[in-house]
Design a protein around this ligand. Structure first.
Ligand code: NAP
Length: 249
């Protein structure tokens, strides 16, 4: 049975929408009839981030962002047509994220859905060897980013009479995984923040839910320099087949 159109007339913002899970969300939302603004880092962000964050923290950002490449948000928006607008933005920057949400409201008349998905990391290595730079950026993107998103979206969702926020946490929030102290702490924070936001938003008919994915075959895993292994989507897919209760990546 086709169920196309479940998001007809809905307006969404998706963060980290030019790669992996976020890109799949953007494509599906458009197919279901939503209009949306998605943000991610710009193709030229790599060099700029080394200057802004330093070499160490910039290593957390690795998507293939050549202009016109698979993770170029502008190229993705062009492919998807007028229902999808791309704005480059770093979710740790309140003004930039506010501009993304503001654009959705200005362009499409309001906001119904925020998908707080942008993230970095997964692995970072042993706790005793983790640098301050990795800690700060991991918490900045994975915890402060979703916090800002919720904070900025709430007034617009209230004005609309309600809406939905989805935050992307992780299985790393639920079980201890070696080499993921900071990532796991940030994702556990996202989970608890979502519970609190759900209680605070309930009276205004705002639902807040958090998803905790297991291993998903995305560049965050197979292109991640912090893992330090030569990986491909195929090799990771085969490994996840063996590592999860349902033997499928
Ligand atoms: P992905 O393919 O790397 O997508 C994440 C996107 O967010 C990338 O394009 C990334 O750019 C972007 N991003 C990072 N920092 C940003 C910032 N400050 N501002 C704007 N955009 C930013 O990874 P994914 O696997 O789809 O991850 C999506 C979410 O799922 C993340 O929150 C992740 O932690 C979570 N998750 C993933 C898995 C998994 O197995 N893949 C499991 C559980 C949870 P750069 O790549 O350049 O940094």
């Amino acid at each position: 049975m086709t169920r196309v159109g479940r998001l007809r007339d809905k307006v969404a913002v998706v963060t980290g929408g030019a790669s992996g899970i976020g890109l799949a969300v953007v494509e599906r939302f458009v197919a279901e009839g939503a209009r949306l603004v998605f943000c991610d880092l710009a193709p030229e962000a790599g060099r700029e981030m080394v200057v802004r964050l330093g070499e160490e923290a910039a290593r957390l950002h690795h998507s293939k962002r050549a202009a016109g490449g698979p993770n170029d948000g502008a190229a993705i928006a062009e492919r998807l047509g007028p229902a999808a607008i791309f704005m480059p933005a770093d979710v740790t920057d309140e003004a930039s994220l506010g501009a993304v949400i503001g654009r959705a409201v200005d362009e499409f008349g309001g906001l119904d859905i925020l998908v707080n998905n942008a993230g970095v990391g997964g692995p970072e290595g042993a706790l005793e060897k983790t640098s301050d730079a990795i800690f700060d950026r991991m918490i900045g993107v994975n915890l402060r980013g979703p916090w800002l998103g919720i904070k900025l979206a709430f007034p617009h969702l209230k004005a609309r009479g309600g809406g939905s926020i989805v935050t992307t946490s992780s299985i790393s929030a639920l079980v201890g995984m070696a080499g993921q102290t900071t990532y796991g702490a940030a994702k556990a924070g996202v989970l608890q923040m979502s519970r609190v936001a759900a209680i605070e938003g309930a009276a205004s008919f705002i639902r807040v839910n958090s998803v905790c994915p297991g291993g998903i075959v995305t560049p965050l895993i197979y292109e991640n320099p912090l893992i330090g292994l030569e990986l491909t989507a195929e090799s990771i897919s085969a490994a996840f087949d063996q590592a999860q209760p349902i033997p499928r990546a």
